[in-house]
Design a protein around this ligand. Structure first.
Ligand code: ADP
Ligand code: MG
Length: 254
């Protein structure tokens, strides 16, 4: 446990969003969002393109700022001060749709950079942890390769390993398989499923992969036009969603 963690922290939600609003200019992209993620909980977020899914998760680790309401990570408001940004980034790992690996760095260097700069780990320890993380996502042999030499599926597994190296309490995954060729989707989803089964890391994952959501998610959150329209179990959501808008959406993607 990190030293700043308050005594009541273990029972409090890891992520708490309350009454959150965000605008891009006149465009209201998050509307009165209430969402809590418990420690170790897995939530899948889905909804039509433009509904605010990426914005929601980018606000949690402060890649975007919200204008109204509260977003707390492990009890600390993310919008406050610089110190809080560090608090957040030490707890939250991010996996992007487009992998976002540094092209001029080897796989190993991609994994050690954040550990050395953000966590101030010594290089030998950072390398040891990087190798361990690569093993967890079954790409141990790729440590010395450059991202451009890897398949999309391998790059995304490296990106997941990079996030894991920072020992996050929660992983935010924004459509981690939607930029992949179909034959690579499974290897990435399998790695995330394995992580969910073998570690206590909480996850907030934007995806429309229904089989994955059924296997991994404790809850499914459906968004439309910046609002959370429905929160449900995966079974209920995919079989019999309660909101007409979710029903319509599922008919389109099935
Ligand atoms: P989703 O991930 O569900 O497709 P986004 O969160 O990316 O949706 O976008 C929500 C809305 O905000 C969309 O209408 C999008 O066009 C708009 N938007 C996203 N990013 C920006 C930005 N940087 N500037 C202005 N508008 C944005
Ligand atoms: Mg998006």
């Amino acid at each position: 446990m990190a030293i700043e963690t308050s005594p009541q922290a273990s029972s409090a939600p890891l992520v708490r969003m309350h009454g959150v609003h965000k605008w891009y200019g006149p465009h209201h992209v998050l509307v009165d969002i209430d969402l809590e993620l418990a420690r170790g909980e897995r939530i899948v977020v889905c909804g039509p393109s433009g509904s605010g899914k990426s914005t929601l998760i980018r606000c949690i680790n402060r890649l975007e700022a919200h204008q109204q309401g509260v977003i707390e990570v492990d009890g600390v408001e993310v919008n406050d001060r610089r110190r809080n940004l560090q608090h957040v980034r030490h707890r939250v790992g991010m996996v992007f749709q487009q992998f976002n690996l540094f092209p001029h760095l080897s796989v190993l260097e991609n994994l050690t950079l954040g550990q050395i700069w953000a966590l101030r780990r010594a290089a030998p320890e950072a390398r040891a942890r990087a190798h361990a993380a690569l093993q967890r996502v079954h790409v141990a042999a790729l440590a010395d390769k450059y991202p451009a030499r890897l398949s999309g599926g391998q790059q995304q597994r490296v990106a997941i390993a990079r996030a894991l190296c920072l020992d996050p309490q929660v992983l935010l995954l924004d459509e981690p398989t939607s930029a992949l060729d179909p034959e690579m989707v499974k290897e990435v989803l399998d790695v995330i499923t394995e992580l969910a089964a073998q570690s206590g890391v909480a996850m907030l994952c934007v995806t429309h992969e229904m089989g994955f959501a059924r296997r991994v998610a404790d809850r499914v959150v459906f968004m439309d036009h910046g609002r959370i329209v429905e929160t449900n179990t995966p079974e209920q959501f995919f079989q019999a969603p309660s909101s007409p808008r979710a029903r319509e959406f599922l008919e389109q993607i099935l």
